[in-house]
Design a protein around this ligand. Structure first.
Ligand SMILES: *[C@@H]1O[C@H](CO)[C@@H](O)[C@H](O)[C@H]1NC(C)=O
Length: 216
């Protein structure tokens, strides 16, 4: 039977709508997924992607800070969050991941603001900074989702206690050093997160249902 394109259009539209509906309900149910591997895999993929981008970002950063950047990028700063994940239980360690990630976000914002004053508006550094900042915000929600999925009976991770300690006003040189410390520590943190998620996968996803396994 010949079906004119016009007649077949509604059914094509219907199947498109169905696909969209399935897709969106899948997104919504991700947080409640019974298969802990799905949000874990998603978090791990995103972590690896941001890590890769942050390697590139540091390269762009150094290239745009002028002379001596290799040298001053080796400095340290006590105001920047430490990348080390703490805790004994898998749930505690995931809370630690979440809170370190949250505490990096205002620092990223600060670096972005400082560099916005230092760079031309079309600079690649600004786009890359903004991109990594945005992706890290998404990672924070994916990690929270993962936590709720793995530990539905525990309270959701709280944002870090008290306001984040940001450095006092800095001169331009201090800003350049600070930016580099933030980016380097963040990159190191992402490596730790990726390792953590892989370990978690081995411990939590081995025997379903994961939730029962860790119920207190
Ligand atoms: C990051 O998010 C902000 C606000 O939503 C948006 O204006 C900006 O274009 C995004 N940056 C990139 C590189 O996608």
């Amino acid at each position: 039977m010949y079906v004119s394109p016009l007649e077949s259009f509604p059914s094509a539209l219907l199947s498109l709508l169905l696909v969209m509906a399935v897709h969106s309900s899948r997104t919504i149910s991700l947080c409640r997924s019974q298969n802990c591997g799905i949000p874990l895999q998603q978090s791990l993929k995103l972590t690896r992607l941001i890590h890769k981008e942050s390697v590139e970002l540091i390269r762009t950063y150094k290239a745009s800070q002028g002379a001596m950047s290799e040298l001053f990028c080796k400095s340290s700063s006590s105001e920047v969050p430490k990348p080390k994940i703490s805790g004994l239980e898998p749930s505690e360690r995931l809370v630690s991941v979440s809170s370190i990630l949250q505490s990096f976000l205002p620092h990223f914002q600060r670096v972005l603001e400082q560099q916005t004053d230092l760079q031309s508006p079309s600079s690649r550094l600004l786009t890359e900074l903004s991109n990594v900042r945005n992706r890290s915000t998404s990672l924070a929600s994916v990690i929270n989702c993962l936590y709720q999925n793995l530990f539905p009976n525990l309270p959701a991770p709280e944002p870090a206690e008290g306001p984040t300690q940001l450095p006092p006003p800095q001169n331009i040189f201090q800003q350049k050093v600070y930016g580099c410390v933030v980016l380097r520590r963040f990159k190191e943190f992402l490596l730790n997160v990726a390792r953590e998620l892989r370990t978690l996968k081995g411990r939590v996803c081995r025997r379903p249902p994961a939730n029962a396994f860790f119920r207190r």
